[in-house]
Design a binder for this molecule. Sequence first.
Ligand code: UD1
Length: 418
Amino acid sequence: MERLLIEGGVRLHGRLRVAGAKNSSLAVIAAAALAPDQSVLENVPHCRDVLIFLDILRVLGVKAEFTAQGHLVLDARTLVEHVAPYDLCRQMRASIYAAGMLLGRLGRAEVPLPGGCVIGSRPVDFHIRGFEALGAQVMTEHGFLKASAPQLTGATFYVPRSSVGTTINLMLAASRIPGLTVLQNAAHEPEVVDTAVFLSFMGARVRGAGTSTITVEGTEDLHGATYTIIPDRIEAGTYLIAAAATHGDVLVEELISEHMTALLTKLTEAGAVVEQGPTGVRVKVDSDLRPVDVDTAPYPGFATDLHPQLAAMLAVVAGRCAIRETIFEKRFGYVDELRRMGADIRVEGDTAIITGVPHLSGAPVEAIDIRAGAAMVVAGLEARGETQITNLENLDRGYEGLEEKLRGLGAQVQRLPV
Ligand code: UD1
């Protein structure tokens, strides 16, 4: 057990390189296991969710090793097992990708119903309906999703509500089965597009990723590929928000600024100076920030995964702001923790109403989920005095080298045993 100690009040200053996208990596790693072959993935972050997912795949028979250069080498020739391990899958939402992959690869899958952040009920009913559309018989029994089919074939499936996980899981299965699959109302997120591009590199014919209709022509002849994962827009956004919150000046390098439009628009509206260049995005704040209102939405809208961090920034902006959460009903777990630091936030239905206070004061708080933990980091950096964050395993699920990156920007941060 460890804790993070942050001495607040330092303006972040400098540049940092963003890691590869965690959520893309999980999907692309699952895709790589569709082919009885070797793949090499570059820019995969060493965060906890990725490491757990690799352990899940190892139980299924996949060999997975990072090279000295940090590339991930996956060898799925030895995948034989169709039952995913309960204890590991319970720890993360994306373990459900093992179901789409196993169904495509072996025609059967037994995968524990996933766990992950406590931000809402997070059912998998869309995934199940999608697998059934492809011809699988699916049941949930003893905490497992069990799917099997003598013969899967492509089909048309309307995703009932914009869902990143469902879109990716069905692309995975459809890439390996015969026939044409048409996914309507597909999610547009960059992580969906990244997965589709990698599947194309593997030999599947995937068209339309990034639009509402994705078509997949599957083939049994998938092969391994070498691929570089896109930069993590949520990690990048977290540092850019922290830069603005501390009235700092930070350049986040090697990110795709188009993925950040909704956040950068809001930061500009709040009074930050945002510069988008060929090498990255710089955020600078020289004067008081202004209140802004935000609705979270599927991409290209404002990402729900940046909602808690933005709330932490707005907690000390004079005036009143409203953040309406439209994706996850229990996203507001961070609110109680921020209140411990002196924030004035109340939740009305799906909206957090934030009344800015002059300053937050450091306090012992918990990282109750990945992004709530990131919000505590932002709050700790802008607060007066010392903030102690516990439950770091949640933060570590999504952030690689957090304290080194923050120290590189001048922050006073240390990780200590509890
Ligand atoms: C992914 C991301 C997560 C992000 C979210 C929304 C990963 C590993 N996680 O989560 O960080 O916050 O997208 O951008 O990539 N839903 C159902 N039934 C289903 C599936 C989803 O009702 O079978 C609902 C969810 O409860 C939620 C909404 O659909 O309200 C969107 O969820 P979805 O896009 O599927 O999120 P995840 O893929 O789990």
